[in-house]
Design a protein around this ligand. Structure first.
Ligand code: PLP
Length: 430
């Protein structure tokens, strides 16, 4: 093992971080290579900096004017240069401040500084590298974003285990999670918590969130080491009063020393910039010291360096500028209001049309989606029929569920969309 990895592991030895690391995670470190030497040179090389693989002219990155003209408000170094491996330092600070503003109970808690990754998918993939390997269990509710399987199982050879998402009374299935956690062998689990959920569009109520946190505390007390990942891709899109409106990360951050909480979030959906590829990883666990967070950051930076080297500099700078704009919060509020209006409409339509139908809307209260359980034949047949005969695209899941992304259909088309979906399901069932 590289001596830098040995040093990092020694720093982490007594922490939950070390107990959770995969073999890959234990091997990883951030090399004292080009990036690290060049970062040092940018501080001390007052004469000439001949370190990095970039072409410069008069101290600025060389560039083509045909590109520069497209982005007149940013200086060339914010457009064309590489970003630091852990991300733009100002953006990292601002993202943390904003996270605390949106999750007030995080204030004063001991978290790491968000580290930039290239979108949430990349963040999850880096987590999988560092913490999940053969023999590790990744626990998810049975309604989950399909990419988890590709990342954790196919890429990192961990095993996904599921429990039913809803309890029979239609709320979140805390008892099911408890049973699944009680079955974990080996003292380690990776728990993926994604709220608002893809595909169901469900987020826990205040009561459910409290019960979930209490359950995790009990499990940690019994000696289970838990990596609790809050996949907050759709954070903030909450439409109902009783919904828990903070990230579970805030409640898990200081919960127990056997719990390492991670918040995977990003600009993708929160800032309406799907193609920008700016995401963040933030860690928290009680009693973790700054040197220990630094050691973990260096492992994350190693995984970033080995996969994409660094994230997009231009989009980080655009995001930073936008977040500093005085109009930013009002613009986001307006976007949320549009989505909430659609949600309320979909709620009303589906309640009205579902009585006596084979399409049963599963509980939803947040995010982009709603999902039907189909009591007729196959949702793959329904999807195909909707697509080929009606020109309507939906997603079939496990041949039993149909996901509708109302986030991508304008308000005035929703009535027509759902009427056709119900009518087509009826035709297929009769
Ligand atoms: C639950 C969930 N997590 C993560 C992502 C991926 O986000 P990104 O586009 O930033 O990689 C998505 C996107 O569809 C998602 O639904």
């Amino acid at each position: 093992m590289n001596t830098l990895a040995v040093e990092l592991n020694k720093t982490l030895e007594e922490t939950v971080i070390f107990r959770l690391l995969s073999d890959f995670g234990k091997r990883f470190y951030f090399p004292k290579g080009i990036v690290s030497q060049s970062a040092e040179a940018s501080k001390y090389a007052t004469r000439f900096n001949a370190t990095i693989g970039m072409a410069t002219l008069g101290g600025k990155p060389m560039h083509l004017n045909s590109l520069k003209e497209l982005i007149p408000d940013l200086p060339p170094e914010q457009i064309f240069s590489y970003a630091p491996t852990p991300g733009n330092p100002q953006l990292r600070e601002l993202w943390l401040d904003d996270m605390i503003r949106k999750n007030p109970s995080l204030a004063g808690q001991n978290t790491s500084l968000p580290l930039v990754v290239s979108g949430l998918t990349h963040g999850i993939s880096v987590l999988a590298d560092l913490f999940a390997g053969p023999g590790d269990c990744v626990l998810v509710p049975d309604m989950f974003w399909g990419n988890y399987r590709l990342i954790f199982e196919e890429r990192n050879m961990a095993s996904i285990s599921t429990f039913p998402f809803y309890n029979p009374q239609a709320g979140l299935n805390i008892e099911g999670l408890k049973d699944a956690l009680n079955r974990i062998a080996g003292g380690k689990v990776i728990l993926m918590l994604n709220f608002p959920n893809n595909p169901t569009g469900y987020s826990p109520t205040e009561w459910e969130a409290r019960a979930l946190v209490q359950l995790l505390k009990e499990q940690a007390r019994k000696g289970l080491n838990i990596l609790c990942v809050s996949d907050d891709a759709y954070f903030g899109l909450f439409y109902e009063k009783e919904t828990h409106k903070e990230s579970l990360f805030a409640s898990l951050a200081s919960l127990h020393e056997n719990i390492l909480a991670v918040k995977v979030d990003g600009a993708t959906k929160e800032e309406l910039v799907w193609g920008f590829r700016v995401g963040f990883l933030t860690f928290a666990s009680p009693n973790i010291k700054t040197v220990e967070y630094d050691a973990l950051d260096r492992k994350v930076m190693g995984a970033v360096r080995a996969s994409i080297s660094n994230s997009n500099n231009l989009t980080q700078n655009l995001l930073l500028r936008a977040m500093q704009s005085p109009d930013h919060r009002e613009e986001k509020k307006a976007a949320l209001a549009i989505l909430k209006e659609r949600y309320l409409k979909v709620k009303e339509i589906t309640e009205r049309l579902s009585s006596g139908s084979k399409l049963e809307p599963l509980p939803f209260n947040s995010g982009y989606f709603m999902t039907f359980r189909f009591g007729g034949s196959s949702t793959e047949k329904l999807r195909k029929k909707l697509l080929m005969e009606q020109g309507i695209g939906t997603i079939s899941i496990q041949d039993r569920y149909l996901r509708v992304a109302y986030s991508s259909v304008d308000l005035h088309h929703l009535e027509e969309l759902f009427e056709i979906i119900f009518k087509t399901a009826e035709e297929l069932s009769s």
